[in-house]
Design a binder for this molecule. Sequence first.
Ligand SMILES: Nc1ncnc2c1ncn2[C@@H]1O[C@H](COP(=O)(O)OP(=O)(O)O)[C@@H](O)[C@H]1O
Ligand SMILES: O=C(O)[C@@H](O)C(=O)COP(=O)(O)O
Length: 431
Amino acid sequence: MSLVLGAIADDFTGATDLANNLVRAGMRCIQTIGVPEHALDVDDVDAVVVALKSRSCPAEQAVNDSLAALAWLQAQGARQIFFKYCSTFDSTPRGNIGPVADALLERVGGEQTVMVPAFPVNGRTVYQGHLFVGDRLLNDSGMQHHPLNPMQDADLVRVLAQQTPHPVGLLPHATLAQGAEAAQARLGALQREGVRHVICDTLDENDLAVLAETVADLALVTGGSGLGQTLPEAYRRRGWLAPVANAGQLDAPNGAALVLSGSCSRATLGQVEHFLASHEGFALDPLALADSDTQIEEALAFARERLDEATPVLIYASASPERVEQAQQRLGAAQAGELVERAMARLARELLDAGVGRLVVAGGETSGAVVSALGVTELRIGEQIDPGVPWTQTQVAGREAPLSLALKSGNFGGVDFFTRAFAALGQGGTS
Ligand SMILES: Nc1ncnc2c1ncn2[C@@H]1O[C@H](COP(=O)(O)OP(=O)(O)O)[C@@H](O)[C@H]1O
Ligand SMILES: O=C(O)[C@@H](O)C(=O)COP(=O)(O)O
């Protein structure tokens, strides 16, 4: 069978999140870091997720990178294209969700696509076009303080309308509740009115199943990873996908345990605090990083002294909104972020050489920086730690055994994630 799904993800944790859901729903899936330079043997692969770092870069670059990924996926014969962005619709006022969706839709020759950001198992739902995180509207969820793309409006129809010249419509829950045929009829009516982008209400997994059935034949779908839970079943109903037993098995892990946290999201802040209550950690400060490399050297020394201990080593730049704002006022938001990302990249490289073999990275941009610095090109997906975050394995140059890697989205994971992740992995194989 040929490649069923080709996905383009706008960050690295997001890509892993989608790949995880596809694997759990029975698709054989590969995640690539960036657009591969060669064709792929897709005989035993159902889905490829291409991870880009296109969420916060200038819109033109995001469009070019996404179109390059699309061209590669089309060359592999992908039947449907999935543009994956964040379940909290992370974007700047001018993009990049709108410009990328417009460019992809035009290139695949489609008339309409859907926006399905919801991921109910992690509390992201959409009602009357408004995005909720748990019981809070998006703009009251902590995301209003995001260092790179603060989200200050929960009305997604209004948010997206600022990012595209085309009209934006809504598929409301009342229609979805009547089933896939009614939903398709609504999409058709909107299309006749010239609506190219449709925000979809979604309250739960049942809605995701109806949506998957509604949109499985579109050339392009867009959204969070939630839709990845239910699309595989819709593909199977169409006879595009053979049943698979176990999609996610990894080799035994090996090496010291390290957590690098560059996320300032609410969940990560809780995880850092929880870890520090019973372990030591090393804090990075962008203001110090701007002055010299001394703090990086200190962090390296801190880690090297502790790598042979049983507990993981934590190095973090994660800080409260007030501290982030302080740093940004002095350095600018982009520069503050870049300093932290460069430090994390160097720490990862040098500490892998010092014996790290099990690595958790918290934060999407941070993961992008680390994974790029390690020269990783492909990830195998293993067992899920928490919804949206699996262990993965990858080959890194200069290391014989594979590196066990978990890329944690800022807002995902339970409060004890930084210790539980390693306990779940164990020393001798994924459970
Ligand atoms: N103390 C800090 N001050 C300013 N920016 C920071 C600080 N710590 C981390 N950052 C930056 O904030 C951004 C967090 O984004 P990301 O890694 O995607 O996390 P999340 O997944 O929570 O969105 C990164 O660019 C990171 O370098
Ligand atoms: O959809 C999601 O919430 C995640 O897959 C995701 O994209 C998270 O991004 P970060 O919070 O920047 O890690």
